[in-house]
Design a protein around this ligand. Structure first.
Ligand SMILES: Cc1cc2nc3c(=O)[nH]c(=O)nc-3n(C[C@H](O)[C@H](O)[C@H](O)COP(=O)(O)OP(=O)(O)OC[C@H]3O[C@@H](n4cnc5c(N)ncnc54)[C@H](O)[C@@H]3O)c2cc1C
Length: 207
């Protein structure tokens, strides 16, 4: 039979009600200071975080996330060297193999303000869908190509068009500014028939 309240009170210097993190810490401190401490818990020792809140809910959440995880369909890869080589999305070979019409645009990164300051060469190549102008692939070679490809991956996920990529305001001097120049190059290179047929969904309001 558990001891009665008065019995507990009379036997101990300190009585802590509740064995959650706060109660446990208080009881431990009391004990360390040399007091006789009673820790009273009406349910399960550990409190909310251990019994019903943090740990259990996060365990369920992590399990659910694990089993429902969305697998990114956009391939991305980088080779970390000097310089780095990185890509996200489709390559020209992918488009050719899949019969996907495409247009490419390039930016010599060494000619951008960042490249001039750093004294580094590099290349950024963008692939756009020949029918819709949507960005399909990003390929970069430069000192931070892996970082640059990340921006492209986000743009691909959001189905950014040539227009979106050109209109975006980029920090400068950055290599990322090369996106604007490469997209402008793609627009200039587009065959007139492709350009006429292209349905560019203007989404400038989203940027
Ligand atoms: C869903 C969720 C997720 C959380 N995630 C985190 C996290 O990731 N990280 C983090 O730091 N915190 C997290 N928290 C917060 C954390 O649970 C609380 O900050 C912490 O439990 C508070 O500790 P406590 O000791 O003050 O109270 P509690 O943990 O609530 O403990 C109180 C204890 O007192 C007992 N008790 C109450 N009345 C009596 C009584 N009259 N007699 C005897 N015993 C009694 C209760 O049964 C209980 O065991 C989360 C909380 C929730 C609900």
């Amino acid at each position: 039979m558990p001891p009665h309240g008065d019995e507990v009170r009379n036997r101990h210097d300190v009585v802590v009600i509740g064995a959650g993190p706060a109660g446990e810490a208080a009881a431990e401190l009391g004990g360390n200071l040399g007091y006789s401490v009673a820790l009273v818990e009406r349910d399960i020792v550990g409190g909310t975080v251990v019994t019903s809140g943090g740990a259990p809910t996060k365990t369920f959440r992590e399990a659910a996330v694990y089993f429902s995880a969305h697998v990114d369909q956009i391939p991305a890869a980088a080779i970390y060297g000097l310089p780095e080589v990185a890509r996200a999305g489709k390559s020209e070979e992918d488009c050719a193999a899949g019969g996907i019409p495409y247009a490419t645009g390039r930016c010599e990164l060494g000619t951008t303000p960042r490249g001039v300051i750093a004294g580094q060469e590099g290349l950024l190549k963008l692939l756009f869908h020949g029918g819709t102008g949507v960005l399909l692939g990003v390929h970069a070679i430069c000192e931070i190509a892996s970082e640059i490809a990340g921006t492209g991956q986000a743009l691909i996920h959001n189905e950014a068009t040539i227009e979106d990529v050109i209109r975006m305001a980029y920090n400068t001097p950055t290599y990322t500014y090369g996106y604007k120049l490469a997209a402008a190059d793609a627009l200039a290179r587009l065959r007139p028939d492709m350009l006429r047929a292209m349905r560019l969904p203007s989404r400038a309001h989203r940027i």
